[in-house]
Design a protein around this ligand. Structure first.
Ligand SMILES: Nc1nc2c(c(=O)[nH]1)N[C@@H](CN(C=O)c1ccc(C(=O)N[C@@H](CCC(=O)O)C(=O)O)cc1)CN2
Length: 279
């Protein structure tokens, strides 16, 4: 039997519609500043979508494009100015940044109250101790996808493949907070399949094609694919061997059309929250 698809495009559209309804009730539209440094082609596409998403739900967006030669000091000065601007509720700096800029220092310069990416150490700390705060958009979107199919992580074994600060670690924390038993695997994990075969929920977030194959999945498991890679024909694909894993899994997210659109939708939810309103 083939797994059921978790349609990220459809769920994201529903969330955007809810955000748009909420924005209409506000005295002033929430404002999101999006900073792009350099000309990475994928980043250009993502920020274009983010700006369009804002407009689609009635939010204000402020896109700042800077050349790859922008100095770190100048970028920090721009963030300080946006921190002080009351019309800007959320600030995001598109990653990756050029090598000469320390991304962590940049993130730490964003006012925690405007950290709609949820990458600031204050947001990460709040997540760690279970306090309210901005949740990073990708793992937040993955949790919404689980909720949408009625998958309550409580008591389930979840395996997260990947330990990045923006996906793997916060994903593990969110699943733990939802009372899953969580295993985090990574590049130094021997025999990855030993762990994933025990999982009711697998989240693959390493950025490497075919990290998860059908023999590594428990029948009926929920498989969430965060990967964003290109195959040998240049086609977008995830970390999961989709065609084969879908024969074993119970639920699976596609790439494209899965986690990506949800990442963008949760950015809108965080921006709404930064403007003082929740869904
Ligand atoms: N400041 C940030 N930088 C980055 C983040 C982030 O959350 N904040 N995450 C990723 C990139 N990313 C968001 O910025 C992102 C990637 C992909 C998608 C998406 O919608 N993907 C589509 C396919 C798009 C395509 O055709 O290329 C899909 O999966 O259907 C949204 C957001 C790194 N940087």
């Amino acid at each position: 039997m083939s797994a059921q698809l978790i349609d990220g495009n459809a769920l994201a559209a529903r969330i955007r519609a809810q955000v748009a309804e909420k924005v209409k009730t506000l005295a002033a539209p929430p404002g999101l500043a999006v900073i792009l440094v350099g000309d990475d082609p994928a980043s250009q596409v993502y920020v274009k979508h983010k700006v369009a998403d804002c407009e689609g739900v009635g939010m204000r967006s402020l896109l700042e494009r800077h050349p790859a030669t922008l100095s770190e000091a100048d970028l920090l000065a721009r963030i300080a100015a946006l921190n002080a601007d009351p019309a800007v509720h959320g600030i995001l700096v598109q990653l990756p940044l050029p090598r000469h800029i320390d991304a962590q220092r940049v993130i730490e310069t964003i006012a925690p109250a405007k950290d709609v990416d949820g990458f600031h150490v204050a947001s990460a700390g709040a997540l760690m101790v279970g306090r309210p705060g901005f949740r990073p958009c990708t793992p937040y979107g993955c949790m919404k996808m689980l909720e949408s199919i009625g998958c309550d992580p409580r008591g389930k074994h979840a395996v997260v493949i990947g330990r990045s600060n923006i996906v793997g670690k916060p994903m593990a924390m969110l699943l733990l907070q939802a009372s899953a038993t969580v295993t985090v695997c990574h590049s130094a994990t021997p025999d990855l399949g030993h762990f994933t075969r025990q999982a009711d929920i697998v989240v693959a977030a390493v950025g490497k094609r075919n990290v998860l194959t059908h023999d590594m999945v428990k029948p009926g498991a929920v498989v969430i694919d965060v990967g964003m890679n290109r195959n040998s024909e240049g086609k977008l694909c995830g970390d999961v061997d989709f065609d084969n894993v879908r024969q074993v899994a119970g639920w699976i997210t596609p790439v494209p059309g899965g986690v990506g659109p949800m990442t963008r939708a949760m950015l809108l939810v965080n921006t709404l929250e930064a403007a003082g309103s929740g869904l």
